[in-house]
Design a protein around this ligand. Sequence first.
Ligand SMILES: Cc1cc2nc3c(=O)[nH]c(=O)nc-3n(C[C@H](O)[C@H](O)[C@H](O)COP(=O)(O)OP(=O)(O)OC[C@H]3O[C@@H](n4cnc5c(N)ncnc54)[C@H](O)[C@@H]3O)c2cc1C
Length: 369
Amino acid sequence: MATHYDAAIIGGGIIGLSTAYHLAKKNVKVALFESGKVGKKASQAAAGMLGAHAELEKPGVFFDFARASQSRYPTLAEEVKEISGIDMNLKTGGILKLAYSKEDIESGNQMNRLDSVVWKSKEEALAMEPSISESILGASFIEDDIQVEPTKVCKAFAKSARLLGADIYEYTPITAIDTDSAAITIKSQNETFSADQLIVASGVWSGHFFQQLGLEKKLYPVKGECLSVWNEDIALERTLYHEHCYIVPRKNGRLVIGATMKPGDWDEEPTLGGIGAVMKKAASMLPAVTRMKIDTFWAGLRPETEDSTPYIGKHPNDNRILFAAGHYRNGILLAPATGSMISDLVLGKKVNQEWEDAFAIKDKERQVI
Ligand SMILES: Cc1cc2nc3c(=O)[nH]c(=O)nc-3n(C[C@H](O)[C@H](O)[C@H](O)COP(=O)(O)OP(=O)(O)OC[C@H]3O[C@@H](n4cnc5c(N)ncnc54)[C@H](O)[C@@H]3O)c2cc1C
């Protein structure tokens, strides 16, 4: 007979793992199925910025959700370290969003008006980070946009979820779902499982399941290429950010430099052209990077939706099926709030109505938030 679970999750990236952790913590009998090893794919490629301000263009419901998720990290990091012994390497310091032109300043105006953002003149910014390029006009300083190490976060969620009772099946790609009976049947190549509720959290590959489950929603890859370098000679405390490119100083002395944006590209290998482009951009922010030694480089596929807003919620026609996919550039940032919201929905608890509406899987277009 098929092993039965209260809830089953397809996909072991940061979104599926956070969901597994939150469900296991509530004593839900949960299984997670992953095609390969957990925490690889997009989640391993991420820089780890929790850039609620730096990444989202304006205040609103999506920003509030991102801030709620960001603010959960410090407590969550302690909580999972206590359970798993794994440190998420949360690093404070914040982000300096550099402005090189009047347009840069104007485009950041809505965010710059928030109390959590402080405008720094060129002199003030250079006093904070003396190695940054002298060609800036100034910078927005966002202390709350801290960072974590995504691979560590995934490992910490996975180990904690397991220790709390979750079953995590690696190298178990799900090939078919059958929703005709009361319990949902989930099939891999060699085994069959059943569950009362099913959560699709398969990153950019979730589109396949939307279709299988009768929904027209599509997900698109936006390939990102990054590299890391060894920084032995300059002090850099804060992440530098400009036009979706960034230099993130890690606790272990490396700088993570990213990332290209290649919509529609399903190829997961980094190219010389892509790495060259991010290196050039990094040198325009921090000239000293050209002297630094290369550590490694990589690529990943950001799961993008039609309106750049994730799908977090129930199937419109089947309450037993939930989606947590399409977190695009911000899955690391949004993982705690997503996992917690899905766990509440599975348990039939009330969730923030504005968030439920904003991320709903609707047949018609969603309002821009
Ligand atoms: C270069 C780059 C930099 C980034 N930087 C940041 C950042 O600084 N901050 C931030 O917040 N976000 C960042 N992101 C975005 C973030 O990485 C993603 O939003 C996030 O990782 C998405 O997580 P996920 O779990 O949805 O997808 P994934 O991590 O891709 O996981 C999906 C999983 O589902 C599995 N799967 C697919 N099909 C099946 C199946 N049939 N059966 C079983 N398993 C299946 C896959 O193997 C995969 O492991 C970055 C992304 C990239 C590419």
